[in-house]
Design a protein around this ligand. Structure first.
Ligand code: KG4
Ligand code: ZN
Length: 340
């Protein structure tokens, strides 16, 4: 409406209530995140009912703050975007209902956005030179996807986890060693004081699908190790355990990614999602890509975890290719990448 394309984006798929205004798919005019983590920490993980209730309580404030900070009134926006899946159904419902209501009341187009597409798009914010095609790795609490990003909104999934997501493995192992929730950052910190070669954990392969991931065997190996130590009254070293577990995850993620990029002839690799803020993963991936002559893109930590700016970026590309959602837009907890 001012020569630019300004989109208000809303994200409520899990435990962050977030809203952002994004200009022309790259420039973040505001990015407000209300994180519910401290509320869920008491229970050792996200409680879906509490998440939904908190989203309802916070969403209006978060949206108002995003519009205020961007200094753009609702009437001057070009579209309203909202994450409609995948995620927790009750949490997604809050965002989709809000997005529909705002779009209806303001007469703006509505764009439903896939959360995983959002994570991938986070890299466009700080890396203007990144353009498709490239190889993408999305690693979060709910997803582990190796993806060929053919175009801004066109994807081919090469591999995914057959059981736990990478972040889920971090969270479960952290709970087992008594580090608390969310486990990723706690293990990352503990591992800094540990020896990653102290314990040899398995690097799982999935038979017949070389780019798929499996982390439940690794999680069981850690639990077995803990049980064995308890039965034999051996002291465990939590830092060594954290570092060794983390290395097993990082090795597999790095190996699959670089191998796939090589096979498909990509010189650009982009990583995204909550787990991509892991310091060991960033370091290992940077080294592996450098050795393979590939350029690695990773968002700053604030765009790795759930946020609405990344949803606004994905929405811009969907908007430009003509994607519009109807008033029947509904929460889709199991929405797949590339599906509408
Ligand atoms: O992307 P995200 O905020 O939410 C989902 O879409 O799932 O990812 C959250 C996940 C959690 O499992 C959390 O433990 C993990 O990302 N995580 C990390 C780190 N920071 C967050 N995992 C490993 N190392 C970290 N530094
Ligand atoms: Zn996410």
């Amino acid at each position: 409406m001012n020569g630019h394309t300004d989109i208000l984006a809303i994200e409520t798929s899990c435990d962050e209530t977030a809203a952002a205004v994004v200009r022309d798919g790259r420039e973040v005019l505001s990015n407000i995140i209300y994180t519910q983590i401290s509320m869920h920490t008491v229970y050792g993980g996200v409680v879906p009912e509490l998440a939904s209730r908190k989203h309802i309580e916070k969403i209006d404030q978060v949206i108002s703050a995003a519009l205020r900070e961007a200094d753009i009134p609702l009437k001057d926006l070009d579209a309203i975007a909202v994450t409609y899946g995948p995620g927790l159904v009750g949490a997604l419902l809050v965002g989709t209902a809000e997005g529909k209501a705002l779009a209806w009341a303001s007469g703006k187009p509505l764009i439903g956005v896939n959360h995983i597409e959002g994570h991938i798009s986070a890299n466009y914010i700080e890396h203007p030179d990144l353009e498709p095609p490239y190889l993408g790795l999305v690693v979060s609490g709910g997803h582990t996807h190796l993806i060929v990003v053919k175009d801004y909104a066109e994807f081919e999934i090469l591999g995914r986890t057959v059981d736990d997501a990478a972040g889920e493995a971090f969270d479960k192992v952290a709970r087992a060693i008594g580090l608390g929730y969310p486990g990723g950052p706690k293990i990352d910190a503990a591992a800094k004081n540990g020896n990653a070669d102290a314990i040899r954990f398995p690097r799982a392969k999935v038979n017949g699908s070389e780019y798929d991931f499996s982390f439940s065997g690794l999680k069981s190996a850690v639990l077995n190790y803990l049980n064995h130590a308890e039965m034999t009254h051996e002291e465990i070293n939590p830092a060594d355990l954290a570092a060794s577990f983390q290395k097993a995850v990082v090795d597999v993620l790095t190996d699959h990614t670089v191998r796939a990029a090589r096979e498909y002839g990509f010189h650009k690799v982009a990583m995204a999602g909550g787990v991509s803020s892991n310091s060991a993963l960033r370091e290992a991936m940077r080294k592996a890509c450098e050795e393979a002559g590939m350029k690695l893109y990773v968002p700053s930590a604030i765009y790795c975890t759930d946020n609405a700016a990344m949803i606004g970026v994905a929405a811009y590309h969907e908007f430009m290719r003509g994607t519009r959602s109807g008033w029947d837009l509904n929460a889709r907890p199991a929405l797949r990448l590339g599906e509408r």
